[in-house]
Design a protein around this ligand. Structure first.
Ligand code: GDP
Length: 307
């Protein structure tokens, strides 16, 4: 995903290697190249401005260190600032003290929510949890079936409106068209059956719209999630920031999942999302298989970019 950005930054640092001591002009030239590399990678302008400002200031005031040459010092500063815009430290998934924990997924259609629901369910199952998936995406005709397929692959039951609770209860009369009721019934079922985590998949639309936000907010209010994860397709480029801001206002999400990090888009907009919204990135999705899933560590991502 970040191959071009990575190459650009690495070659910038290469130019510094021959320098004994960095003058202010050297630092300014380097900061300019970093700025261009970040902008070309689609990193949001305010993020680039803050980033390069911090790098410049720290590079100018860097102590002459015995251990690091000037080039290494600049690399370290850029690394630290990358970690910082990516959220600093990993923030673990927040689970309720009294189960069931409720995790709600939100995002645009095609962002990768349903796939993520399966990945997260598998991940949690691997940690000894007993998740229940709830199909509250009733906009897309195929979404319920898709979640059922994903649940089957993950070995996790799915609560869906048309067949009720694993066939034992037909909710179609009660909740067939009402995603809020499905979410609420799903949570009640999880309590009754002692699932300790409920993952609620919600509808996405092609663009941000008021109805979508209201529906997501209504689902949120019905099930009081411990975590609202905003799933963002890292391939969508500059739109990522505006979309993230709209969802931050609309549903007040608590964490971010970057999906499709395996793609070859420029990816910088996704790098801006934590910084612009002030919400941490918890997970990354890196492919179509359920195991293509990682806990997000800002420091590891920064090292990968600067490798
Ligand atoms: P939803 O509409 O938000 O529920 O999105 P889906 O989960 O249906 O995903 C949309 C498409 O993106 C599907 O074809 C998925 O297989 C694909 N997809 C989801 N996550 C990833 C990922 O991390 N990498 C890649 N390459 N494809 C993904």
């Amino acid at each position: 995903m970040f191959a071009t950005l990575s190459d650009r930054l690495t070659s910038t640092f290469k130019n510094l290697r021959t320098k004994g001591k960095l003058s202010e002009a050297d630092i300014d030239a380097t900061v300019r190249e970093i700025r261009r590399a970040l902008l070309d990678a689609d990193v949001a302008v305010p993020v680039v401005r803050a980033f390069t400002g911090a790098v410049r200031e720290r590079a100018l005031s860097a102590e002459v260190s015995g251990a690091l040459n000037p080039a290494q010092q600049v690399v370290k500063i850029v690394n630290d600032e990358l970690v910082s815009i990516l959220g600093g430290q990993n923030r673990p998934l927040r689970l309720a003290k009294t189960p069931p924990s409720v995790i709600m997924l939100a995002g645009l259609q095609g962002a990768g929510k349903t796939t993520l629901a399966g990945k997260l369910a598998l991940h949690l199952r691997g940690q000894g949890h007993t998740p229940l998936l709830v199909a509250a995406d009733l906009q897309r005709p195929n979404a319920v079936t898709q979640l059922e397929v994903v649940g089957q692959r993950a070995g996790v039951p799915v609560f869906a409106p048309h067949r009720g609770n694993q066939g034992s209860e037909d909710l179609s009369g009660i909740a067939g068209g009402d995603p809020v009721a499905v979410a609420r019934e799903g949570l009640a079922t999880a309590r009754a059956r002692q699932h300790d985590v409920v993952i609620v998949d919600t509808a996405g639309r092609l663009g941000v719209d008021a109805d979508l936000m209201q529906q997501a907010a209504d689902i949120r209010d019905a099930v009081s999630p411990d975590e609202i994860l905003f799933v963002i397709d890292a391939m969508i480029g500059q739109d990522a920031v505006a979309t993230a801001q709209a969802f931050a206002e609309g549903v007040d999400f608590t964490g971010v999942v970057l999906s499709k990090l395996d793609g070859d888009a420029r990816g910088g907009a996704a790098l801006s999302v934590a910084s612009v919204t002030g919400r941490p990135i918890l997970f990354a999705s890196t492919g179509e298989k359920l195991t293509d899933f990682e806990v997000f560590h800002p420091d590891r991502m920064a090292s990968r970019i600067l490798d």
